[in-house]
Design a protein around this ligand. Structure first.
Ligand SMILES: [Zn+2]
Length: 318
């Protein structure tokens, strides 16, 4: 219980480096490994490849098989009830600040180039897209912190992968808007893109609508089916982009963490465990971490956190 609450309050960022930094862990990943949950690699290892998704994939069988640290065990493991399976990817960092940005940045670039939005020039189409987005955001009581959609905002240059430079809430709003557009007015010849937008948005919607920490069996099944369809489609889009010499649909290690979330056989609602409002706490805890001796930093962070537990529990009970 205590350990679980700790994870809920701390959250875990999406990548190995930050994970180790936050918990003062010492183990470096093996040369080709990309994941702190399983033994997935960058490739060249047959089906341990991080992008490999069929049912034979070996990395799924290696989840939580080894601990992501060397001896001695971090002080965190001394918490009553601690289990390494309490650590899982943070949906905010792996989707809204990760793969979601890659998908939606690429989607906007493709849709604008294909004249999905009206206008003779890219500038005019961006303006039309901005108007459409703002209407959608207003009608659905969402937020969008930018003044307009622009090429710099999606990292749109000829030599770079497009990627939204947005906050997590903006990524969420743009994802909902684009999924709505392609469902009501499908873009010609872009079936895979429409599928990727629609399936990913539906997974996020199922997680968001469930207000508890656990999904029902039916919800988990829907997440798995839609999630697998998204992953297969995104890999196909990325593969096609490589074949046509375009820099679109980047696949990076966070994409593998999204696979852990979307294909998870556990009933956790990752939306509820994401670090939406815990970033400020993380910053404070990292400050304590930096200002204390490396040997005792993890213990001091934990002690400071424990000081706040009674207040937190009282709030939850009230
Ligand atoms: Zn993994």
């Amino acid at each position: 219980m205590v350990a679980e609450h700790f994870w809920y309050c701390m959250g875990v960022r999406g990548d190995w480096k930050a994970f180790c930094q936050m918990l003062c862990l010492t183990r470096e990943p093996a040369k080709n490994e990309v994941c702190w949950i399983c033994h997935a690699t960058k490739g060249n290892d047959g089906n341990l490849d991080l992008a490999y998704t069929n049912t034979e994939c070996r990395w799924k069988g290696t989840e939580y098989q080894s601990l992501p640290w060397d001896h001695p065990d971090p002080v965190l493991t001394e918490l009553a009830g601690f289990d390494i399976r309490m650590a899982h990817p943070d949906l905010l960092h792996c989707w809204h600040l990760g793969v979601g940005r890659d998908l939606l940045g690429a989607a906007l670039k493709v849709l604008i180039k294909s004249q999905y939005f009206p206008g003779r020039t890219h500038k005019q189409r961006l303006a039309a897209a901005t108007s459409s987005l703002k209407r959608f955001v207003k009608n659905h009581k969402l937020s969008f912190s930018k003044k307009k959609l622009s090429k710099p905002m999606m990292n749109w240059t000829s030599h770079e992968f497009p990627e939204l430079r947005t906050k997590g809430a903006d990524t969420f709003a743009i994802g909902m808007w684009l999924a709505h557009l392609v469902e009501t007015n499908p873009p010609a010849g872009l079936n895979d893109l429409s599928t990727a937008l629609w399936t990913s948005n539906n997974v996020l919607t199922i997680l968001a609508r469930n207000k508890t920490f656990f999904l029902s069996d039916q919800e988990r099944h829907q997440v798995n089916v839609l999630g697998r369809l998204f992953i297969d489609t995104y890999i196909r889009l990325a593969h096609q982009a490589i074949l046509s010499g375009e820099r679109l649909y980047r696949t990076r290690p966070k994409f593998h963490l999204v696979q852990h979330v979307f294909l998870s056989e556990r009933s956790l609602n990752y939306q509820r465990y994401a670090t939406w409002v815990d970033e400020d706490a993380n910053k404070k805890l990292m400050k304590i971490n930096r200002s204390t001796h490396r040997r005792t930093a993890a213990k001091r962070v934990l002690e400071r956190w424990l000081v706040g537990v009674p207040t937190r529990l009282a709030k939850l009970r009230s």
